[in-house]
Design a protein around this ligand. Structure first.
Ligand SMILES: CSC[C@H]1O[C@H](OP(=O)(O)O)[C@H](O)[C@@H]1O
Ligand SMILES: Nc1ncnc2[nH]cnc12
Length: 292
């Protein structure tokens, strides 16, 4: 008989999603990490008998911009509190006519154009190279698709999310370039989040919620926060409905990840044990606990 796990499903709420309703035993918990403080306290509780955790990515009230987020602390904190998988709920701009505001995309690829963020838990004193060829967990993607379809959301399975540094929105030339690259949606937060989730051996998937057509569209010359905001809160309500549907679908017991997200570090560490830096190894206590 194969070993089963008792999961805790972690949600990272993006713009417009600062709380989760409907949880039993709701508690906001302060979590400290060796990488600094996460964006906010983490809300824990149960939904349909399944343990869940929720972190508002930008903090409650949205005080922190994408480039200033401590992505390492956020991922470490979610794992430290017990999460086995992470689902990101993210606002995005659309780079395709057929993905209008209000549409949901379960992305499966990313292009990382960010440049001002800490992108790895590893480094001098413990070098590791994980594969992110397939950065999204297909089991989580299947569950999100199933959930979205059950509640009749307009949803597309698969798509490439271009991650820009921000905080400004794109120039028109950039937006047109990303369309030529075949990207589907654009946002500012899912990298390095997805890479760090993989390093921490957490399954990761995103439900990207379209708020605007960015600036490439002939009928939409600019993106503005006002325009995004009008769609954002409707999308956030739908995101909460996805959460309530996906949690029982994933359930309270399951097999280890069929895609191996939970074993990503099996062959990733290259620094010889006697060359490893004890201080860094101590910081990796939770992220790399399975292999160190
Ligand atoms: C308020 S629009 C721009 C903002 O929204 C997205 O954030 P998140 O992924 O956390 O929903 C986007 O990436 C920008 O950070
Ligand atoms: N057009 C856009 N560009 C970047 N991030 C976004 N988040 C929502 N809309 C966006």
């Amino acid at each position: 008989m194969s070993e089963t796990i008792t999961p805790m499903i972690g949600f990272i709420g993006g713009s417009g999603v600062y709380d989760l309703d409907g949880l039993e035993d709701r508690t906001w918990v302060k979590v400290r990490t060796p990488w600094g403080d996460p964006s906010d306290e983490i809300l824990t509780g149960t939904l349909s008998g399944v343990r869940v955790a929720f972190l508002p990515r930008h903090g409650r009230g949205h005080p922190t911009p994408p480039s200033a987020l401590n992505y390492r602390a956020n991922i470490d904190a979610m794992k430290r509190i017990g999460c086995t998988e992470l689902i990101s709920l993210s606002a995005v701009g659309s780079l395709k006519e057929e993905l209008p505001p209000g549409h949901f995309v379960i992305v499966d690829q990313f292009i990382d154009r960010t440049f001002a963020r800490e992108k790895s838990f590893f480094g001098t004193g413990c070098v590791a190279h994980v594969s992110v060829a397939h950065p999204v967990c297909p089991r989580l993607g299947d569950a999100l698709e199933d959930a979205a379809r059950r509640i009749a959301l307009p949803v597309t399975r698969g798509g490439t999310y271009l991650v820009m540094e921000g905080p400004q929105f794109s120039t028109k030339a950039e937006s047109l370039l990303y369309r030529q690259w075949g990207c589907d949606v654009i946002g500012m937060t899912n990298m390095p989040e997805a890479k760090l989730a993989r390093e921490a051996e957490l399954c990761y998937a995103t439900i990207a919620m379209v708020t605007d057509y960015d600036c490439w569209h002939p009928d939409h010359a600019h993106v503005t926060v006002e325009q995004v905001g009008k769609v954002l809160f409707g999308n956030a309500e739908k995101a909460r409905a996805v959460v309530k549907t996906v949690v029982p679908l994933l359930g309270a017991r399951r097999d280890p990840c069929p895609a191996g997200c939970d074993r990503a570090l099996d062959h990733a560490l290259i620094t010889a044990p006697d060359k490893r830096d004890p201080d860094l190894m101590a910081k990796l206590d939770v992220v790399a606990q399975r292999v160190i």
